[in-house]
Ligand binder design. Structure first.
Ligand SMILES: [Zn+2]
Length: 97
């Protein structure tokens, strides 16, 4: 018998999960948030919106643009480029030449 009680919780998206602590974070939502749009969380809000407004929500989509094209997005600043470049590189991608 174990003394640690795991409580069945349901997050606001309807995922069922067991947690023994009071931590309210749903592990399923956490995982879903990560995959390849995790790079958006590295950016400042205006830069993130700039990408989202242009339909860029994944690194695959980002790699179809060149750096020049990305910089033309309203709200995108040059400071965001190194972060994007690194995110692409770590996933084996790069900006279009
Ligand atoms: Zn959830």
């Amino acid at each position: 018998m174990t003394t640690s009680k795991k409580i069945l919780r349901t997050c606001n998206k309807g995922h069922n999960y067991y947690k023994s602590s009071d931590c309210p974070v749903c592990p399923i939502c956490e995982q879903e948030r990560k995959p390849d749009n995790g790079f958006l969380s590295l950016l400042s809000a205006p830069a993130r919106r700039a990408l989202e407004n242009n339909g860029v929500t994944s690194l695959q989509q980002l790699s179809t643009y060149s750096e020049k094209e990305i910089l033309k997005f309203h709200g995108m600043g040059p400071a965001s480029l190194p972060k994007l470049r690194t995110a692409l590189q770590t996933n084996g991608l790069s900006f279009k030449n």
